[in-house]
Design a protein around this ligand. Sequence first.
Ligand code: MD6
Ligand code: FE
Length: 163
Amino acid sequence: MPSGKLFNCQMTSCGELGWISDIKGYRYSETHPNGKSWIPMPEMINNLAKDLASQIGESAYHPQTCLINYYQKGGKLGLHQDNSEKNLKPAIISISLGDDAIFLMGGNKRNFPTQEILLKSGDILILHGNSRLAFHGIKKIIPGTSSLLRNGGRLNLTIRQVY
Ligand code: MD6
Ligand code: FE
């Protein structure tokens, strides 16, 4: 994180861009910090995202990157707003896999009340329209609630159109 602290989850990306974070801040980059291109976004993820976007009226959606978060026991993600995208209009589409998580859904200001939402493996959550810039986070992971992932934990895929 820009503060120098580490995230309480592991992150990488696939697609033409990837989301990175360091002392200089949060941004999208065409390359991994190791200098290599990100691996391509799997066609199945790309097609699923376009199909979901069209169901919420975003028929021109271009999935440019998928941020991959992996949480193990004790993993969490503080309340944040997804605002590193150059174009803040397109939806962000999230797919949860593996262990259950308690997602916190807030409002458009950090101090607005939050609501807990249980996200289970296979759940899709979309931030769009008025909720696109809502504050949200992961309060906790509930270990041992899914046998999908061989080594346990929770994977979250968030598909984004950046430009
Ligand atoms: C997670 N998700 O579910 C974290 N961001 O692990 C997010 O931060 C998120 O689910 C934007 C849109 C949907 C999300
Ligand atoms: Fe987010």
